[in-house]
Design a protein. Structure first.
Length: 426
């Protein structure tokens, strides 16, 4: 009798594990669709300039407008997924990505291609915001950081291979083939979402609204603190990515290929940092991992400024060796502060995720220009490393001054108070 009971229970447990693995893979491809589509096209930009007979700076708009589309997608689709559900909004985004990919294939002029790329990002980036909300729907607060880290770590492998894959596709089949691949990938994800993604949205309280969610989130010091910490940490990446090529190639006189190799080391450090989160999240609290990451981030940023003052980081090994420590720590700060932000009001996880993603990408577009200025208009690394140190201090400041100690999540009393304020305004 005992054996008859235990076998079905064991089978059910194994099915649960299989389903969780399938869901993890689905979250990875949902998250990766937009960034992979972005980097697939980068190697083909010179060919686009030749095909359309336009300057490289104009062709670059296929990238910059794509990033704008990602930012707007975060802001729009996150709240919509709270209201209408994760699955229907995800499927609508994928449908737009498929149609826009076909528009890219049929584009006869560069402006048509730029518009189609914007729409492709607007739809394809739905997975970036919705996957974080799904993770919050399914997992307790202390496990969210580990799950986000795991999704990012696996996704980064595909993302790092995307430029190489795009180059091979363009060389063998032409640049149009890249958009056939993106369209096929969007169709495959849409089929998988239809068949395997359950609706995970939490039941919303009666009278809940987008305005009410925003009121509660903005009244929460915890949400604002976690969100600022995550957004500021991400700007360290954009700043260094903007200024790094000028420092290595102009100040240090190295080749672009060498810069690419050194920059890959920071991506590897970020990847390892995410794996570290996955490994140690079950043993340590979300806030403790954030503080550990902030301490390492400050230490690495301070060392890079010291090397700048002493004139020691005019060789790549010193600059990137210390930056690897910063990026390792950055992974912990970003994943766990994102987890904290979307845990403040679980029923509004999509809205919180969308606001965070919008600020991250929107400010990042400006900060990358700042990084390029600091790297390209000076003869020393000091301005760039000082800016990164200032951002590291700002990350720590958002946690020190905004996130309540010992009670990082918003209390039920705060939610009720914010909802009462909203009713009073209406």
């Amino acid at each position: 009798m005992h054996g008859m009971i235990s076998k079905p229970a064991e089978a059910a447990a194994q099915a649960g594990v299989a389903n969780s693995r399938l869901l993890l893979v689905l979250l990875v491809v949902m998250t990766g669709l937009a960034p992979i589509s972005l980097y697939l096209l980068v190697p083909a930009l010179p060919m686009l300039a030749t095909t359309f007979g336009r300057d490289a700076s104009v062709v670059q708009m296929t990238v910059s407008c794509y990033m704008v589309g990602i930012a707007l997608s975060q802001l729009l689709l996150g709240p919509l997924s709270d209201r209408y559900g994760r699955r229907p909004v995800m499927l609508a985004g994928l449908a737009l990505s498929i149609v826009a990919s076909l528009g890219c294939i049929l584009a006869q002029t560069l402006p048509q291609l730029i518009v189609a790329r914007f729409l492709q990002a607007l739809g394809g980036a739905s997975g970036m915001v919705i996957s974080r909300a799904i993770i919050r729907d399914l997992h307790p607060r202390e496990r969210i950081g580990a799950m986000i880290s795991l999704v990012v770590a696996v996704m980064m492998i595909a993302q790092m291979l995307s430029p190489l894959t795009g180059g091979l596709i363009e060389t063998a089949l032409g640049w149009h083939a890249i958009f056939y691949v993106v369209a096929a990938l969007s169709v495959a994800i849409a089929v998988a979402v239809t068949l395997a993604l359950p609706e995970t949205r939490r039941t919303r309280t009666e009278g809940a609204s987008f305005r009410g969610d925003v009121v509660v989130l903005l009244k929460s010091r915890a949400f604002v603190g976690y969100m600022l910490c995550q957004v500021l940490a991400s700007q360290i990446i954009f700043t260094f990515a903007g200024g790094g090529p000028y420092i290595v190639e102009i100040q240090m006189g190295r080749s672009s290929a060498e810069y690419g190799a050194w920059f890959a080391t920071t991506g590897f450090a970020y990847f390892v940092g995410n794996l570290f989160c996955v490994r140690f999240s079950p043993r340590h609290s979300l806030d403790r991992l954030i503080w550990f990451g902030l301490a390492l981030q400050l230490a690495g940023s301070s060392l890079n400024v010291c090397w700048s003052l002493l004139g020691l980081n005019q060789v790549p090994v010193m600059l990137f060796g210390t930056q690897m420590l910063v990026m390792f720590a950055n992974a912990m700060v970003m994943a766990n502060s994102a987890a904290g932000a979307i845990s403040v009001r679980p029923s509004a996880a999509g809205t919180a995720s969308g606001a965070m993603g919008f600020l991250q990408m929107g400010i990042g577009a400006l900060v990358s220009q700042l990084g390029a200025y600091l790297g390209g208009h000076f003869t020393t690394t000091r301005p760039l490393t000082s800016a990164i140190l200032a951002m590291s201090f700002a990350c720590a400041g958002s946690m020190i001054f905004l996130v309540p100690r010992g009670n990082a999540t918003v209390s039920e009393e705060m939610i009720k108070e914010a909802e009462e304020d909203e009713v009073g305004v209406m």
